[in-house]
Design a protein around this ligand. Structure first.
Ligand code: NAP
Length: 283
């Protein structure tokens, strides 16, 4: 019997996960269709019940359901509990178990880039779901300090509060002004977890930091993957800094999800090629 996997979120018009996940299933000759399950918040609980069907191997979860889905599942893996959010659900013996592979994707992309997080000073822009996953990684990789800068300062403070006991040296600041400029000037690594610069988003042409605020010695890592060259990454290049876009993280988190669903090694190169093709053809 043909099986199903998919992605659950709202809206989902611009997701490229179906393209690179289907490429992986097809490459390994697995009879699985990866579908798009666009689901508004009011229908989330009903959809999750439907997806407990025996032919569903599992699914990805994206904005805005990553936190809201937690109490609707049969259980959470340790990583999902640590992060407080689910981006992957695995259907195992009749149970839907929530996991988080964003953390793996974030770190794997950095490792491939050649950056070791130990003792680094990190400026994290944003305080939503992605920032939560990134902070879980920073907390266990031994960074020296983290500054969380967010448009809504209260959300940054809430995240910092939740890190007590796991990470010392956490500060917060607004996403503008002198404090931001000071923290940017001291950062070894700047990670953008806001949706500024995202294609089709409301701040598509904006960058959270201007080139003058970025030290040339920093690595600027933008989680936004579409477009591949965001306004922030362009500013970083002008400043002479190193850059890393969000596509490797997206592919690595998806590869880990694929492995959880199938128990097989993900064809990462095939997934990369499919994802890159999808972006260049304007998906
Ligand atoms: P989210 O939970 O909705 O959080 C959005 C964040 O962006 C919040 O900090 C929000 O600030 C900030 N923001 C939104 N619009 C802004 C604006 N106009 N000016 C300043 N700040 C703004 O979203 P998320 O899940 O964390 O995702 C954030 C981004 O990361 C998205 O672009 C997503 O595509 C990307 N992402 C990439 C990967 C990957 O694999 N590469 C994985 C996950 C996420 P407020 O708190 O003030 O609203």
């Amino acid at each position: 019997m043909s099986k199903r996997a998919g992605i659950l979120g709202f809206p989902l018009r611009h997701t490229i996960s179906p393209i690179f996940q289907q490429a992986a299933f097809d490459h390994l000759g697995l009879d699985v269709r990866y579908l798009v399950w666009e689901t508004p918040p009011a229908k989330l609980a009903a959809r999750v019940r439907e997806l407990a069907a025996p032919d569903v191997v599992g699914f990805n979860v994206t904005v805005p359901h990553k936190e809201a889905i937690c109490p609707l599942l049969d259980g959470l893996a340790d990583e999902a509990m640590r992060v407080g959010a689910v981006n992957t659900v695995v259907h195992r013996e009749g149970h839907l178990i929530g996991d988080n592979t964003d953390t793996y994707g974030f770190l794997q992309a950095l490792v491939q880039h050649g950056l070791n997080l130990r003792s680094k000073q990190v400026l994290l822009l944003g305080a939503g779901g992605a920032a939560r996953a990134v902070l879980a990684v920073l907390a266990r990789e031994g960074v020296a300090s983290v500054v969380i800068a967010n448009r809504t300062l209260a959300r940054a403070r809430e995240l910092a509060e939740g890190l007590k006991g796991r990470l010392t040296n956490v500060l917060t600041c607004p996403l503008e002004g002198e404090a931001l400029a000071l923290h940017a000037s001291r950062a070894d690594l700047i990670v953008n977890c806001t949706s500024m610069g995202m294609r089709h988003g409301s701040a598509e042409s904006e960058t959270p930091l201007a080139a003058e605020m970025i030290p040339s010695s920093a690595l600027v890592y933008d989680l936004v993957y579409n477009p591949p060259e965001t306004p922030l990454l362009r500013a970083a290049m002008r400043a002479g800094a190193s850059t890393l876009g969000g596509l490797p993280m997206l592919v690595y988190q998806g590869a880990r999800s694929f492995e959880l669903w199938t128990g097989q090694k993900a064809p990462v190169e095939v997934m990369f090629r499919a994802a890159q093709r999808a972006l260049t053809t304007g998906s």
